[in-house]
Design a binder for this molecule. Structure first.
Ligand SMILES: [Fe+2]
Length: 332
């Protein structure tokens, strides 16, 4: 059936991985009137939190979510890369904290239409280098590649708009996406916008009013340390405005940095957003919020791994092993 023959826009979304499911990611699968898109196909763990490495429970969640990404990538036609942080694109090498053995990137991106952030414009040096290596590795493997910063791509009656947004205060830019079906904004995917931090992004989204808005929340857990208090406050105020202006007609789903803070609900409340009115990926899946990194200190306290755990992790990193191998060690 040709896409233009579909009478009604049938939309479904399936959260694949994020902090509410115990990992770092915003991976989302969406079927917009038959166009199957996998947004930001990767997953990662925070290397250090409360002075601790990821707990074995986090590695279990990571392995599970990595499998899910591989499964959904097989079904997707289009895969996005919003920016070149490893929780948003699967790197072409083995990596313990991303649970890659080295070939997953080929399973994910081969034969797909890639819509990716431009690798050399409006990008910082570290991401530029990662992008260069990534595109060298996937050369000739994909079906189509669209390297974009601002664009509107058409796939039958479905259009994908992309535009740049600041990755918070000082981490360069990320690509945001709005998917339209027959010119109606169905879905906005706003990864790592940190609130949004940008007033322009807030204005654009509140004007367009997409039916579903997936937004990366501010990194409250880094406020006053790696990120300035002002930047976090601005992100929270903008999130509050987004909520006030859109929550009647749009479904707002909050993901990512904010959910690494064990007090995220209280912090939303303090900016006038009722904590229980906000949806997370885990809510959409009917699961409880399972913020493992947020509670890593308690995980170590209540269920301590073996005393040589750090050495095991170091040995696995050196070996360039996939994260599953850790489970063999722990069972011994
Ligand atoms: Fe991220």
């Amino acid at each position: 059936m040709r896409r233009r023959d579909r009478a009604l826009a049938k939309i479904s979304i399936e959260p694949i991985a994020d902090e509410s499911l115990g990992v770092r990611s915003m991976a989302l699968y969406a079927d917009i009137a038959g166009l199957k898109i996998l947004f930001d196909a990767s997953v990662s763990l925070g290397p250090e939190r409360y002075g601790l490495p990821p707990h074995p429970e986090e590695f279990k969640a990571l392995a599970k979510r990595r499998e899910k990404i591989l499964e959904k990538a097989r079904q997707a036609e289009i895969i996005t890369v919003s920016h070149y942080h490893r929780d948003h694109y699967t790197p072409p090498y083995p990596s313990l904290f991303e649970c890659t053995g080295g070939n997953e990137y080929l399973e994910i991106y081969s034969g797909k239409i890639l819509v990716a952030k431009h690798p050399s414009e409006k990008i910082n040096p570290s991401q530029k280098e990662r992008a260069r290596k990534f595109f060298k590795a996937i050369e000739g493997r994909t079906n189509e590649i669209h390297l974009v910063n601002d664009s509107l791509l058409s796939f039958g009656d479905t259009k994908i708009e992309s535009f740049l947004a600041p990755h918070g205060e000082n981490l360069g830019y990320v690509l945001c996406f709005i998917v339209y079906f027959q010119d109606k904004a169905e879905l906005a995917f706003l990864p790592d916008v940190q609130g949004p931090y940008s007033n322009d992004v807030l204005e654009k989204i509140t004007k367009i009013k997409p039916r579903i808005v997936i937004v990366g929340g501010p990194p409250t857990y880094l406020s006053g340390s790696k990120v300035s208090k002002d930047a976090v406050d601005r992100g929270m105020r903008n999130l509050s405005r987004l909520y006030a202006q859109l929550s009647q007609e749009s479904k707002i789903i909050i993901s990512h940095h904010l959910l690494r803070d064990p007090e995220w609900r209280e912090k939303l409340e303090s900016y006038g957003i009722p904590g229980n009115s906000i949806k997370t990926y885990s809510d959409i899946l009917g699961l409880p919020y399972t913020g493992l990194e947020a509670y890593r200190n308690f995980l170590f306290e209540n269920n301590p791994p073996p005393s040589n755990y750090r050495e095991i992790l170091e040995a696995l990193k050196k070996e360039r092993a996939r994260c599953d191998k850790l489970f063999d060690f722990l069972e011994k």
